[in-house]
Design a protein around this ligand. Structure first.
Ligand code: BGC
Length: 765
């Protein structure tokens, strides 16, 4: 429906009808206006399945919902690094929605994993905004291609569960833009979700649902977003402020309070313009839902189950594989299966995303026809070791050829609504892994968890497989990976630190009272660990295969860059092993710190591509890099800016291990900031201004000549560690005044005029 037609419908609404559109009809549907043929929309969680409740409805996943396909949660699909796969999964989710007459699926969730402790990390893709944005966009495209809407959530800076409904996320503008906003920016611009969900928390003291800065200035004015903004469930505290802020829909239904909106319009507190804009959003959403709804062929649960298995297989990460302990030849080997998760798999997280899965075979179901597989429970879901169970496990492992331990986080340890309190696995599991690995060198640990765990036993076992919360077919996928039917190709979309205290947010988590300060700034995940050169358990981007790959011939089509250019980077990847497999080509842009006037992480991911290669096959992959691959958020310019410096385009195995690099020189981009230059402005800052730069090019050689003469031999003294010397050392960090003193030949008028000219081009209209 065209905007004009929507506006005409709004004109025909009474004030009461307008107010009624701004809150849900009930727990999961929007208000209809039958007299104008404005339909209701059914919304449903999301993100990895359809949680439609036909009986009693709730938003914490307490009551039963219809049978649906439970796909792997985002913690797993993030590791697939495969947008095509996410799109395919999205299509299947869309079909499941059509079957259930759901018009909007509440997902994807693309919040950034700031700490391994966030209780809801399992619903999010990554610690990296680019990965989150790309995968989120693909999911959205898939669902929406089926005529079903999505709801991109939780906007914004909602990276913890603790005090989620009262806390305020506090951080500087650069951190917000580079880390917490940019995933949303990418997904939203790329895939146009029908709706966006405003989160529970506050940002800089103002509730996300009332926050004009982000809901209006950013979403509408800057990004031209045209979809609907809806509240998270029970995230609205002031119905009028929310409408003013630009959040059209209060969920769940809040009919008893609609009168507040009517009164606010009548007494002039709320403008009709704001209310009408919310109604336009709601009618737009309802009409899209109506247009997209279609009768579909019977939904095929078995086919979708197969897809869920494929998604899980593509997402599983082989973390460690010493002495070729994997894959296991199940015909030849006696296999000990140990651990309660083998009986009761963990395949999804708790809370509003909890799906009533169609069919969840356990690993014991999967291997029931294998002749040489024996099982023992090993541990309970609690903390304490059961000595008898441990002993049984050790005995079984001893008389087998290989022991596969199914470990992980018991459901109660990670959930929506609260954060984890430790990064450790329960003690009984750590003790069991330790004891089994003492008697069986071919020990493999398969993990089922939604977020990193500490692995004190990592050096003692030969194999580790991260299965995450892999959906209803996870156990079939695990078996296929363990036995080599599937060659693993998942890579970590988050870092596994050695211990919790290594995480950059550790000192500030989970904030004091309601104030949560994101003091680690942009140094989230690998941006911190790689820059600090820290030893981690498994780095971001890490993932092994049963074959081997080689990267060669990294080339770039230019060696200088200025804003507005694009660069093509090519790299060749070859399968050098004897099995077909998929490689993940990771492209980072690194910054050689000594040339920068602004602090940057040592590298950031700017491109990735998963490629299938037969043994011996090679392919050249091309990436296009634009301004955003090099830019940082300049707090003064309130804009993205490319800073002069030497950058390196890197290809590699992970954020901690790059194997190829090509350097590029970038030119400084000038963006007016309104800054006022004076004689006390440091020379390195003056260089940012084109007039200042030109002036300095003229006068600096004179000043340098004087310094050389003054210090006689000093200028020619060898400089240790020259390559590490910051460019602004010495003279460059002095104010202009120093140059003025050194160069008396430059007249007062000349100084005045150059400062005036510099200031005139800094003016912001
Ligand atoms: C969650 C949302 C969810 C909503 C509806 C809230 O508790 O934060 O992600 O979509 O409930 O169930």
């Amino acid at each position: 429906m065209k905007n004009e037609e929507i506006r005409q419908l709004v004109e025909q609404l009474t004030l009461e009808e307008k107010a009624s559109l701004c809150s849900g009809k009930d727990m999961f549907s929007t208000q209809d206006i039958p007299r104008l043929q404005i339909p209701s929309c059914t919304l449903s969680d999301g993100p990895h399945g359809v949680r439609k409740q036909e009986g009693e409805q709730d938003f914490m996943g307490q009551n039963v919902s219809v049978t649906a396909t439970c796909f792997p949660a985002a913690c797993a699909t993030g590791s697939s690094f495969d947008p095509e796969l996410l799109k395919e999964m999205g299509q299947s989710l869309g079909q499941n929605c059509q079957k259930e007459h759901v018009q909007v699926l509440l997902g994807p969730g693309i919040n950034i994993k700031r700490s391994p402790l966030c209780g809801r990390n399992f619903e999010y893709f990554s610690e990296d905004p680019y990965v989150s944005g790309v995968l989120g966009a693909a999911y959205i495209k898939g669902v929406q291609s089926e005529g079903v809407g999505t709801c991109l959530k939780h906007f914004l800076a909602n990276s913890q569960e603790n005090r989620r409904r009262t806390q305020s996320s506090e951080m500087d503008e650069r951190t917000l833009r580079e880390i917490y906003i940019s995933a949303f920016e990418y997904a939203l611009k790329e895939s146009k979700p029908w709706s966006v969900m405003a989160s529970y928390n506050k940002i800089h003291g103002i509730y996300a649902t009332e926050n004009k800065t982000y809901l209006k200035t950013l979403l509408r004015d800057e990004w031209n977003y045209e979809g609907a903004v809806i509240s998270d469930w029970a995230a609205v505290h002031d119905r009028v402020e929310v409408v003013k802020g630009g959040c059209a829909l209060t969920m769940p239904g809040d009919k008893g309070q609609d009168h507040l909106i009517i009164e606010a319009v009548e007494n002039g507190e709320l403008s009709l313009k704001d209310l009408d804009s919310c109604c336009e959003q709601m009618i737009g959403l309802a009409m899209k839902g109506k247009k997209g709804s279609r009768e579909v062929l019977p939904y095929d649960y078995e086919k979708a189950h197969e897809l869920a298995r494929k998604v899980s297989e593509e997402s599983m990460v082989l973390l460690k594989n010493e002495e070729h302990v994997l894959p296991i030849d199940s015909q030849q080997k006696k296999i000990a299966m140990i651990g309660k998760f083998a009986e009761i798999p963990r395949y999804q997280g708790r809370g509003s995303s909890q799906i009533n899965a169609y069919r969840v075979p356990s690993i014991l179901d999967v291997v029931k026809d294998e002749k040489d597989v024996c099982y023992t429970e090993g541990f309970d879901f609690g903390e304490e070791t059961d000595k008898e169970k441990l002993l049984q496990a050790v005995m079984l492992a001893q008389k087998s050829d290989v022991a596969v331990i199914f470990a992980g986080l018991p459901p109660v340890m990670e959930s929506e609504g609260y954060d984890r309190w430790t990064m450790k696995l329960p003690l009984c599991q750590n003790e069991l892994i330790e004891a089994v690995s003492n008697v069986q060198k071919n020990t493999i640990v398969v993990l089922q968890n939604g977020s990193p765990v500490e692995m004190p036993w990592a050096d003692k076992v030969n194999g580790i497989v991260e299965a995450y919360l892999g959906g209803e077919a996870v156990c079939e996928a695990i078996w296929n990976v363990l036995t080599g039917k599937v060659n693993p190709s998942g890579h970590l979309a988050e870092t596994f630190p050695k211990k919790l205290s290594d995480n950059p947010s550790y000192l500030f988590w989970p904030g004091e009272g309601d104030r949560v300060e994101y003091n680690e700034g942009i140094y989230v995940g690998y941006r911190y660990y790689a820059t600090k050169e820290m030893d981690v358990q498994f780095p971001f981007g890490h993932g092994l295969s049963y074959t081997t790959f080689e990267y060669t011939d990294l080339s770039v089509d230019r060696d200088t860059f200025s804003a507005g250019d694009t660069i093509q980077a090519d790299v060749t990847v070859k399968n050098t092993g004897n099995r077909a497999g998929k490689a993940l080509v990771q492209l980072y842009v690194g910054v050689l710190l000594n040339t920068m006037t602004v602090k940057r992480p040592v590298r950031e991911l700017k491109g990735f591509k998963k490629v299938f290669l037969n043994p011996g096959e090679s392919r050249t992959i091309s990436f296009t890099l634009d301004k955003r691959a090099f830019a940082y958020w300049d707090k003064e310019a309130h804009n993205w800016r490319v800073a002069e410096g030497t950058y390196e385009i890197q290809a590699g195995w992970s954020a901690e291990e790059v194997c190829l690099g090509k350097q590029i020189e970038a030119e400084d981009e000038f963006i007016p900031t309104g800054i006022v230059y004076t004689i006390m402005t440091p020379i390195c800052d003056v260089k940012k201004n084109p007039v200042g730069k030109e002036f300095l090019t003229r006068i600096m050689p004179m000043a340098e000549g004087i310094i050389k003469r003054m210090g006689k031999n000093k200028g020619s003294e060898p400089m240790p560690y020259e390559e590490l010397r910051p460019l602004n050392m010495g003279l460059l960090s002095e104010p202009l005044q120093t140059l003025k003193r050194m160069l008396p030949n430059i007249t007062e008028d000349e100084w005045k005029s150059v400062l005036a000219e510099m200031n005139s081009i800094e003016r912001i209209e």
